[in-house]
Structures are given as C-alpha cells and as structure tokens.
Ligand binder design. Structure first.
Ligand code: MLT
Length: 263
C-alpha cells in the first residue's frame, strides 16, 4: 500500500482509476476499507483516492493532538503529493464529514463538489463532549476495545446487527486497526470541533447528502435539515441501512455517488 510522508508521519492511501479526482474520507474509528465497494465502483470512471487518516488503518499513530483542521491539512498535502491540483469531489462519512467541513474552511478552492454521508453539521453538546473526553481518558488506561464494542450496535441497523454477522465482524476488524493514540486524539478532536451549521449556507458547490434510513447517529431528519440549509443539494435516503450505509447497502451508496459525479 503506498504511503505519503506528511508532516513527518506516514499516511497510507489507495489511489485507483483515472479521470476526475474523488477523495473519500472515512469515519471514526474506521479506515479506508469502509469505502471498499464505492472505491472499486467509482474507479471505473474516476481517480478515487482513499486515505487512512492519521492514527487509523495502516497510517502511523499520531504524536499528540490532531484536530479536524490537521486532518484537513493532511488531505490537502496528500493531494499535493499526488500532484492533483484540480478541484476534487470530496466525500466525508460521519467524522469524515466533520473533516470535509474543515477542508472547506481551509481549502475550498480545491473542492468541486461534496458528498456528505451520514454526518452532522452541529458541534457536540457540552454533555456529549464531556463524555468523549472521559472516554479518551478511559481508552488511555484500558485500551479502545470498550469503545468499539459499545459503538457497533448503534452503527448498524437492527436487521444488519442480527442478520449479517460477517459484516458486523468486518466492522470490528476494521476498528481494531485503529491505534490507541489515534482513537484518543480523534475523541478530543470531535469534542473540540467547530459547529458547521452556519457554514452550510456558504457552501456553493453541488452537494449530495446521503443517509441510511435507520441511521441512529446522524438521523435522516437531521441530514434532511443539512440538505435544506445548503444552496444546491440533493438528498438521498439509503434503504436497509443504519449509520454504516457504505457497507450495509454498498450498491445503493455507490449508485448515489455515481449519480452525483455524473451530474
Ligand atoms: C463516526 O462514525 O465517524 C462517528 O460515529 C462520529 C461521531 O462519533 O460523532
């Protein structure tokens, strides 16, 4: 797997296909494999780039704090490394969406369009942020497994949880590739992230908002509000899926992304 040295850390990434560039940003505590099916489907017509964010998958564990802005800057540096200077279609899933908002704040001239997948525009409530900070302390002493085990039931629909043990196992295996330092840094970064509700009105590129019909983490009603706040948005509900749409109903997400890219 190729790696780019960015800010003295190795960032693993996959780049597949040729054509207009599409950048896929994964969620927490996952890695680029969550986009496996979309990466392969979109690479038939585009250059698809999917990194493992610092601390996740095959990328190096971070040293110290990593903010959403740091991740956004890593993405820009990765595009530089790949000599991609034309604007890209950027897709962010959940925490990846929080990073896409920072990417827009810092590098908007590099964005041709956006796909916001199962994500949220609002910042954490004080209570939610405090819970994340407590979890980060616990991870530092106990390791991250309690986070992974606690998250899985809310990541997928009941139907997936009860009926697709292999998919649930694949998500757990992906999570287990996250470094302890990566999980701690991401919990702090999510707790500290900016509210992006006002930013939505400024985003003047086409956006497709994609959400699982049974997403309990970024529910459809909240994502529909995101779509309504944007200047130019399509809203797409994925049936038979909870939060992990890209894996639970991979074909429907790929089709929504292909439609976005061909518009
Ligand atoms: C994710 O899927 O990236 C996380 O659930 C995001 C979050 O915890 O806010």
């Amino acid at each position: 797997m190729p790696k780019a040295t960015i800010n003295n850390q190795n960032i693993a990434y996959e780049s597949k296909g040729s054509g207009k560039p599409v950048l896929l940003v994964h969620g927490f505590p996952l890695n680029r494999q969550m986009w496996r099916e979309q990466l392969d489907a979109l690479a038939t017509s585009h250059q698809v780039i999917a990194p493992d964010l610092r601390g996740f998958g095959e990328s190096d564990p971070p040293v110290g704090d990593v903010s959403m802005a740091d991740h956004a800057d890593d993405l820009a540096a990765l595009l530089d490394h790949l000599a991609i200077d034309q604007p890209v279609a950027i897709a962010g899933f959940s925490m990846g969406g929080y990073i896409v908002f920072e990417f827009w704040r810092r590098h908007r001239n590099r964005v041709s369009s956006m796909m916001l997948v199962d994500t949220r525009a609002g910042a954490d409530s004080a209570e939610k942020a405090a819970g994340r900070r407590e979890s980060a302390e616990r991870v530092a002493t106990e390791g991250p497994n309690f986070i992974f085990d606690g998250m899985i039931p809310s990541l997928v629909s009941d139907q997936t949880f009860n009926g697709q043990p292999d998919l649930v196992k694949a998500i757990h295996t992906m999570m287990a590739k996250s470094s302890l330092a990566g999980v701690v840094a991401a919990l702090h970064a999510m707790a500290n992230r900016s509210d992006s509700c006002d930013l939505l009105r400024e985003i003047n590129v086409p956006v497709t908002v994609i959400v699982g019909a049974e997403d309990a983490i970024s529910p459809p009603a909240e994502m529909e509000d995101i779509a309504k706040s944007l200047q130019n948005a399509e809203y797409c509900v994925i049936p038979d899926a909870g939060h992990m749409t890209t894996m639970e109903n991979a074909a429907a997400v790929s089709a929504a992304m292909q439609k976005h890219l061909s518009a």
